[in-house]
Ligand binder design. Structure first.
Ligand SMILES: Nc1nc2c(ncn2[C@@H]2O[C@H](COP(=O)(O)OP(=O)(O)OP(=O)(O)O)[C@@H](O)[C@H]2O)c(=O)[nH]1
Ligand SMILES: [Mg+2]
Length: 450
């Protein structure tokens, strides 16, 4: 049983209990301990976490949470804290990958290339593994699949030399990724080789690749690699297969070596930036957890900036935020209604299910920044590229664009009316101010659709 399932079982205990008292919390904590220990999380950490939950479970409740919800949140926060994670580098120039035999470096090189290519970068990959015979072909295949450029010198034994030439050859790329050879242990030979590569490469990100199956041994390995070659981040692979993934994540967090990415399968897109929050709610299969957290935050419409909206430069990023806000409380219809405007949200937009929202998110993530900010540039070629990158059909991308255009039209209407009718209703303030007021907690509460 994976970490997700066992944690879920522990949380079910909490959800199913008839009353939330000290005994229930103790029972839940026991289940969580079992889940974490079987996932190879260090016992000291497990006990510290247990103590934290038990101590905080009966604290003062702020906001409108039930005790059950409050304890769930306390538990969830404690788990997030031990998992850690840090935002993946947004604009790296040179990424060096290192790690032991079979850790997943070469696979990760292709995945990283794909990840940053989708974000609009021109990516090149260097094969500095001059040790393993088929390393060249394997990396070349992965790189091509990602649509990135490849450089290697077949038969060359000196990794430093390959890197030097590769840097020259790929100098037009925004990002260069360098794959290195593994060894069965971090021995002098490996350290010497990585240093030789690094002398020619000068990576701004030096990432250690480790399989999730090593569990809490990840701590020792991360520390050793950091000391020897100065790694500053981690990629955990094989998160799909191992029940020890939780242990590896927690152990890395303890060393301060941030987990930037996790790999969840062999396919090129089975790879994601690690976000403890998202990871936890997904592995625990808790759709309702997300809702609960949002309720606790009470930050409805937090991403809606009325001023931006009213400037009329409505783009796809705003479209997505809008859709999210709309799903939460359906405010736009109401805002319009209150002002006596007959602007209706397209029905399919209000009915967009979570699945559709997720698919929209992947599509928008697969666009370049330029495309998100100025969707008008989306021509046939771009749409095809985006569909491919997001792993969806071309029609799905078209549907997103269609909905975006509908919403944009609606905002235009808003904007035009603002100067006439809304001005009359709201005096000097206009719609922008009216919308801002709507953000006030009180109004948000009043409008929230239950
Ligand atoms: N299931 C699963 N398999 C993976 C994942 N990442 C890599 N693999 C597999 O693990 C094996 C080793 O991966 P490589 O990328 O060749 O590892 P490496 O670190 O480059 O190995 P060396 O170059 O020999 O040191 C391959 O069969 C990959 O397909 C993952 O996230 N999940
Ligand atoms: Mg390799």
């Amino acid at each position: 049983m994976g970490l997700g399932e066992t944690l879920r079982k522990a949380m079910d205990k909490l959800q199913g209990a008839s009353a939330i008292d000290k005994e229930t919390v103790k029972e839940t904590v026991k289940e969580i301990q079992r889940a974490l220990i079987s996932s190879n999380v260090d016992t000291t950490t497990v006990f510290a976490l247990s103590k934290k939950i038990e101590e905080n479970a009966f604290g003062e409740i702020k906001g409108k949470l039930s005790r059950r919800e409050y304890v769930t949140k306390v538990t969830y926060d404690a788990l997030i804290e031990i998992l850690g994670g840090k935002d993946a580098p947004q604009d790296p120039k040179r990424i060096l990958l290192c790690g032991l035999f079979g850790a997943g470096k070469t696979t990760a090189a292709g995945k990283l290339a794909h990840y940053y290519k989708k974000r609009g970068k021109k990516v090149g990959v260097i094969c500095a593994d001059t040790f393993r015979p088929a390393a060249y072909e394997q990396l070349e295949t992965n790189t091509k699949l990602a649509g990135a450029e490849f450089f290697g010198i077949k038969g060359e034994e000196n990794a430093g030399k390959v890197v030097k030439k590769g840097m020259e050859k790929l100098k037009d790329c925004d990002l260069i990724i360098c794959d290195s050879a593994g060894r069965s242990a971090l021995d002098d030979e490996l350290v010497k080789e990585i240093k030789e590569i690094e002398d020619n490469f000068h990576g701004d990100e030096k990432l250690l690749v480790m399989g999730a199956d090593i569990g809490n041994l990840a701590k020792k390995q991360a520390q050793a690699f950091h000391k020897a070659v100065g790694v500053n981040g981690v990629i955990i692979t094989r998160m799909d297969g191992s029940s020890k993934g939780g242990g590896a994540l927690v152990a890395c967090n303890e060393t301060g070596a941030s987990v930037y990415f996790i790999s969840t399968g062999e396919k090129i897109n089975e790879f994601e930036a690690f976000d403890a929050n998202r990871y936890l709610s997904r592995i625990m299969g808790y759709g309702d957890l997300q809702g609960l957290l949002e309720k606790a935050k009470e930050a409805e419409m937090e991403n809606l900036d009325p001023e931006e909206l009213m400037k009329g430069n409505f783009n796809l990023r705003m479209f997505y935020e809008q859709l999210k806000a709309t799903k939460k409380m359906g405010p736009l219809n109401k805002v319009a209604e209150m002002m006596g405007l007959s602007v209706k949200m397209p029905k399919e937009m209000l009915e967009a299910g979570q699945e559709k929202m997720d698919s929209f998110k992947v599509i928008i993530d697969s666009m370049t920044e330029k495309e998100r900010v100025d969707p008008e540039v989306l021509n046939r070629g771009r749409v095809e590229r985006i569909a491919k990158g997001a792993g969806v059909k071309v029609e799905d991308v078209r549907e997103l664009i269609k909905q975006y255009k509908q919403m944009k039209k609606m905002f235009k209407k808003f904007k035009n009316i603002q100067s006439e009718k809304a001005m009359k209703n709201f005096g000097e303030k206009g719609l922008a101010d009216a919308l801002r007021q709507m953000q006030a907690k009180k109004a948000a509460k009043k409008l929230r659709l239950k």
